[in-house]
Design a binder for this molecule. Structure first.
Ligand code: AMP
Length: 530
């Protein structure tokens, strides 16, 4: 393996940052990929897209901006170090891994020391890009789409093949590694494998049952949309693993789901897709309560008693050795029904009748659920794709955004970061674009917790406001989308209010700018009709 020097990686980033044209960015990246070995290319792909570790590892660096400044200041005033050899990309990555694994007593101090020895050999330029990388914002205008194209070009492979392999591999670093190791042929053979989670299929939004029926050609399946936590269950005989939508392994925090799958699912090998919810006297518990249960493994015994969980399965990706993703939804459902008891299946009807669908929607809301999902009967399962085959029908207009900055509060809110800058994902550049601000929707407790978390994510202190690493995803409700010269995105949310904190979502899964633009146009069209 020829190691890539960190300074070579930095020159690549600087070059990419200067290039405007997407095509040229793809070419430059493809050139880099073709002369790089799989392991180095894996690291480069992750860093370029603003990640340090694969999401499924759930590793956190836990380094705030104040720590970085402290360390940098120490370096400047300290003695000069004689650098024996320049750092490599792999060394940097290994050191970051070590930092993330530092736990327990005096961990803060040990992290600082590790960071110091990592920064010493780096030049000013390298430090700048290192910091961008650890705060998850490379700002070089390269998103995952560009990497996929570059891989296709470097491997002389069809883009479609790379895209499909990415669906099943799910992590851009792993994909790059596999691509360079096995070439186009290997990518072509990538399929769903037991115990390797795939990114779940996602849905687009519509505003009514009528729209959903129209989109699906007059007939479709309607399922309850549960307000819970998405789970993907892999089972081979008695071995069971459960993953979240971010592909994190949460098997340990869901023992009763493991038992239930072991005992009640009538299949030897299976991959199930579903939502886990919690019912109290027949009504679902609020999402915030449920998420506590999935995140806090330590307090499990007490939480287990207080928050019993029920799975509601709605899809089947693999059964007794056979991959099912290319079967139509209606066939997958029939197989699902054969192996799962009705009480653990999503409530569902198939209809072409508007009245019946509307009554079903009412029923879902009355029972305390979120609304309906409308699914095309003929659709295949496309991992990670937010397409039109699944449509969510919700009552309130909400979107998911990431917090990129926050202002200090006044009066009763003094001492809290309580006014948040909300951003969507600009899918053309891979950067985050601000679309509004809000100080509404959180409880006092949540403000306090949020202040703590935001300070840990601080990138820059501007006195009245702190700029943070985009990490915390919140769902916001709004009354209207307006054109706005104030923000670079060109759009602003009116009367935005946080409806919940989405611990389960990553900033790369939030609403995109093009989706918001579409909503803006839809809203306009509807108003004109009104
Ligand atoms: P959203 O998170 O608003 O994009 O909505 C999609 C999410 O709804 C999925 O990721 C699931 O977690 C959840 N969901 C609840 N019920 C269903 C269902 N019946 N089918 C598919 N997804 C569902």
């Amino acid at each position: 393996m020829t190691d890539v020097l960190f300074k070579e990686f930095v020159s690549l980033c600087k070059k990419l940052e200067k290039i405007q044209s997407r095509k040229e960015k793809v070419r430059v990246l493809a050139e880099f990929i073709s002369k790089t070995d799989p392991e180095n290319a894996r690291i480069a792909s992750l860093l370029i897209t603003g990640k340090i570790f694969p999401e499924y590892e759930d590793l956190k660096l836990d380094i705030g901006v104040s720590t970085v400044y402290k360390v940098l200041k120490g370096l400047k005033s300290g003695q000069m170090f004689l650098v024996e050899k320049p750092s490599t990309l792999r060394e940097i990555c290994n050191s970051l891994r070590k930092i993330a694994s530092i736990k327990g007593e005096s961990s803060r101090k040990r992290r600082e020391e590790a960071l110091r020895s990592l920064l010493i050999p780096l030049s000013e330029d390298e430090r700048e890009y290192f910091l961008r990388a650890i705060f998850g914002e490379m700002r070089i205008g390269v998103n995952e789409g560009i990497i996929l194209e570059a891989l296709a070009q470097a491997l002389k492979c069809k883009l479609e093949t790379v895209r499909r392999a990415y669906m099943f591999i799910g992590d851009i670093g792993d994909l790059t590694f596999e691509a360079l190791q096995g070439g186009c042929q290997k990518l072509g053979n990538v399929a769903l494998e037991l115990f390797r989670p795939v990114r779940p299929m996602l849905a687009s939004m519509v505003y009514s049952v009528t729209e959903a029926l129209k989109e699906h050609g007059g007939i479709c399946a309607f399922e309850f949309k549960y307000d819970g936590v998405r789970i993907q269950v892999h089972k081979k005989n008695d071995k069971i693993k459960i993953f979240t939508r971010r592909l994190t392994d949460v098997t340990a925090s869901l023992p009763e789901i493991v038992e239930l799958v072991k005992n009640d699912i009538k299949a030897s090998t299976v991959v199930l897709d579903g939502e886990v919810i919690s019912l109290k006297n027949g009504r679902p518990l609020p999402f915030q309560e449920l998420v506590k249960r999935v995140r806090r493994q330590k307090e499990l015994p007490r939480l287990l008693r207080e928050i019993p969980l029920v799975p509601k399965f709605f899809d089947l990706l693999f059964l007794n050795g056979r991959v099912l993703v290319d079967l139509p939804y209606s066939e997958r459902w029939n197989l699902l029904e054969d192996i799962v008891d009705a009480e653990y299946l999503s409530e569902r009807i198939v209809t072409d009748n508007l009245r019946e669908a509307e009554d079903f929607f009412e029923k879902s809301i009355e029972l305390g659920h979120e609304g309906l999902m409308a699914k095309s009967l003929s659709s295949t399962y496309t991992p990670g794709v937010r397409g039109k085959k699944w449509l969510k029908i919700k009552t309130a207009d909400t979107i998911d955004v990431v917090i990129v900055a926050a202002e200090w509060g006044h009066g009763r809110r003094r001492g809290w970061l309580s006014d948040y800058y909300l951003a969507v994902l600009d899918d053309s550049s891979g950067e985050f674009a601000v679309v509004g601000k809000t100080f509404k929707g959180l409880t006092d407790e949540e403000f306090k917790e949020m202040t703590k978390r935001l300070l840990q994510l601080k990138i820059r202190d501007e006195g009245y406001r702190v700029i943070v690493k985009p990490s915390i995803v919140v769902e916001v409700a709004y009354s209207e989308i307006q054109k706005s010269p104030k923000y670079r995105s060109g759009l602003a949310l009116r009367f935005a209010r946080i409806t919940r904190i989405r611990y389960d979502k990553s900033p790369y899964e939030i609403t995109t700018l093009s989706e918001l633009k579409k909503r803006y146009e839809n809203q306009f069209a509807r108003k004109q009709r009104g």
